[in-house]
Design a protein around this ligand. Structure first.
Ligand SMILES: Nc1ncnc2c1ncn2[C@@H]1O[C@H](COP(=O)(O)OP(=O)(O)O)[C@@H](O)[C@H]1O
Ligand SMILES: [Mg+2]
Length: 314
């Protein structure tokens, strides 16, 4: 089977700024592929090139077997362009719909170009917007607008759905609802290219993840593979009162650092040795290592480590 998306050596320059820098990956039919990266990594640029909304500077791209740039430029004439538009669904990172139209009117407008279009009521139900059907778009909350974006994205039963940060602004319940929707679309065979900076989202939905930093793919695999490749176990604890990082014992090459929550964390490949060194030191000094924990790395640990490594490489 040919891949749903093939990206080879993709480059995008905005003037002197290189936003995508030799990116290669592919997405198999029926797969949910997650592009994970911090703000400015080049995720939206990449996805917009694949949708045919943005021109690339160099490299090869095939989406459902065609070049989206050719489809975009062939305009109304091209049958393959028509076919391409018919088979993809798009949820942009930020979309703006006409504020005076109602939710239902917006959906009927956006479903009309599709040869096979989902009934408005079905779309509303799938994204949980039934109650807001008659409401003007300008009165929707941020989370409701995002759900409308999602409804528009699936208006044409797409074979391939692009989701650029689809759940930004959702409350936790709405996020779970959107995840269920993506899972049910996948169960029906829809291919999904998802971008997110929510690690839990990518971990929950994506079969494979590409980690993108500075327009480059720095790691790729299933969430489990990425975590396993990073290997290290995380040891965490609170610094005892009056103790600084420099007072801790030597940990055989592992460098303790203060994490965002104020706890100290140590990534180690020999957790038994590390914990032994720390606890025997603490017992010797008669101090307690409060909230001491030993845990396998999460995808978030892995991701942050990749970001740190890239930053220190310059
Ligand atoms: N239209 C544009 N013109 C100039 N620079 C842009 C434009 N769009 C994005 N960029 C820059 O390209 C880089 C990648 O942006 P983007 O693809 O939006 O990243 P992400 O979606 O991962 O946050 C950023 O440095 C951003 O400032
Ligand atoms: Mg983006």
């Amino acid at each position: 089977m040919t891949a749903a998306i093939v990206v080879r050596d993709l480059v995008k320059d905005y003037g002197a700024r290189r936003a995508v820098d030799g990116l290669s990956f592919h997405v198999e039919p029926g797969e949910v592929y997650g592009l994970l990266g911090p703000n400015g990594a080049g995720k939206s640029t990449t996805i917009e090139i694949l949708e045919g909304h943005r021109e690339r500077s160099a490299g090869d791209v095939a989406v459902l077997g065609v070049d989206p740039a050719v489809c975009a430029s062939s305009g109304r004439a091209g049958a393959s362009a028509r076919e391409f538009r018919d088979r993809i669904g798009i949820v942009l990172q930020s979309s703006r719909f006409e504020g005076k139209l109602t939710v239902a009117e917006t959906l009927s407008l956006y479903r009309s170009p599709y040869r096979r279009a989902r009934p408005v009521a079905d779309s509303l139900e799938l994204v949980g917007l039934e109650e807001a059907a008659g409401q003007r778009v300008e009165t929707l909350s941020g989370g409701q607008q995002r759900r409308l974006d999602l409804a528009v994205g699936i208006a044409g039963y797409p074979d391939l759905l692009f989701l650029d940060e689809p759940t930004t602004g959702f409350d936790p319940a709405a996020r779970r609802g959107a995840w269920d929707l993506v899972r049910s679309l996948c169960a029906d065979g829809t291919t999904v290219l998802l971008t997110s900076h929510y690690l839990d989202e990518v971990e929950a939905l994506a079969g494979r993840v590409g980690v993108i930093l500075g327009g480059k793919l720095v790691a790729e695999g299933t969430p489990g593979e990425l975590v396993a490749a990073s290997g290290s176990t995380m040891v965490r604890f609170e610094l005892p009162p009056g103790v600084g990082l420099g007072d801790l014992p030597r940990l055989d090459g592992c460098v303790p650092r203060v994490a965002g929550d104020g706890r100290v964390e140590v990534a180690t490949d020999t957790p038994t040795v590390t914990v032994h060194a720390l606890t025997s030191w603490a017992v010797g000094c008669a101090v307690e290592l409060a909230a001491l924990s030993v845990a396998p790395p999460s995808l978030e640990d892995t991701f942050l480590r990749l970001v740190d490594a890239e930053a220190s490489d310059g």
